[in-house]
Design a binder for this molecule. Structure first.
Ligand code: CP
Ligand code: NVA
Length: 310
């Protein structure tokens, strides 16, 4: 059995904060030109069923910087795309590489892959969660405020994969999360129930202004996630009152910050003035994907006895 990272709940609170500390150290060392290569000779397969800019590049660069290699695989170019079974693919890939990152349409695909793989599996985004994004978001918020404990967070928009990981992380970050979304786009009830059961402070609202009131962090994401494209026109209409504008930012605390996992659809979920404005941390957030994932890979590989001892 391998340790995987398919949900943000696959790590304990203690491990989460160890990873954030390690990511901060890696970030500062990288700026000073200090490099370690604990993953020399190791390979990470990156399987993508959907497009990616940040996830692909940050994993490839991160793996290279740790001394290893990453292999980009478009699922459509693999035999997977012609019907080879997930379990067979997982078993075969495990004979070649030391770890696998998968971005898949369905969370169940990643779970099934991990079940049959003999190497650690990382969720690079599914319809249910985006746990690697959440590591970077928590790191960014913690870097800015010095702690996440007790912060008020407003998620404005779609109760989607990124939102789910934020909610599930609430018990580990101590952040109170209020989600403002149109009635048919609230996060899944089982995610809310699980977050609350674990002690997360999670609330729903239909009013972006109300959710943003006194918030320290405003988060949003696209109204049309990958896989929702056929609903695009309906979604644009349904979400039109859920745009993060300066008005929303003014309703939040004066020192509130804005985060977005990117890619952003300027003029839809966020206005230019907010994403380009003084409260926006989106570029640091994108950079932190690299540091957080390097910390994650070191942790997962070493947990499975795969790191070098020097
Ligand atoms: N935020 C994020 O995962 O971006 P990509 O889709 O570009 O990987
Ligand atoms: N919710 C978005 C995130 C993209 C990084 C999607 O799933 O497309």
């Amino acid at each position: 059995m391998c340790s995987d990272f398919i949900s943000i709940l696959d790590i304990s609170k203690e491990t989460l904060w160890d990873l954030i500390d390690s990511a901060k150290k890696l970030k500062s060392e990288r700026k000073k030109g200090i490099h370690h290569e604990p993953l020399r000779g190791k390979n990470l397969a990156l399987i993508f069923e959907k497009p990616s800019t940040r996830t692909r590049i940050s994993f490839e660069v991160g793996m290279n910087e740790l001394g290893g290699d990453a292999i980009y695989l478009n699922a459509n170019d693999m035999q997977l795309g012609r019907g080879e079974e997930i379990k067979d693919t997982a078993k075969v890939i495990s004979r070649y590489v030391s770890g696998v990152m998968i971005r898949a349409f369905y969370h169940a695909t990643i779970e099934e892959f991990a079940h049959h793989a003999e190497v650690p599996v990382i969720n690079g985004l599914s319809d249910r969660e985006h746990p690697c994004q959440m590591l970077a978001d928590i790191m960014t918020i913690d870097e800015h405020f010095g702690s996440t404990e007790g912060l008020k967070v407003a998620w404005i928009g779609d109760g989607n994969n990124v939102c789910n990981s934020l909610l599930l992380a609430s018990s580990m970050t101590g952040m109170e999360v209020k989600v403002a979304s149109p009635p048919n786009y609230t996060p899944p009830s089982d995610v809310i129930a699980l977050a609350q059961k674990n002690g997360g402070l999670v609330q729903l609202s239909q009013s972006p202004m109300e959710a943003a009131k006194n918030a320290d962090v405003i988060l949003t994401d696209t109204w049309v996630s990958m896989g929702n494209e056929t609903e695009r026109l309906k979604r644009i209409e349904d979400f039109k009152d859920y745009r993060v504008t300066n008005e929303i930012m003014f309703s939040a605390n004066p020192d509130a910050v804005f985060l977005h996992c990117l890619p952003a659809h300027r003029g839809e979920e966020v206005s230019d003035e907010v994403i380009d404005g003084p409260s926006s941390l989106v570029w640091d957030e994108a950079e932190n994907r690299l540091h957080a994932q390097k910390a994650l890979m070191q942790y997962l590989f070493s947990k499975n006895g795969l790191t070098l001892n020097h």
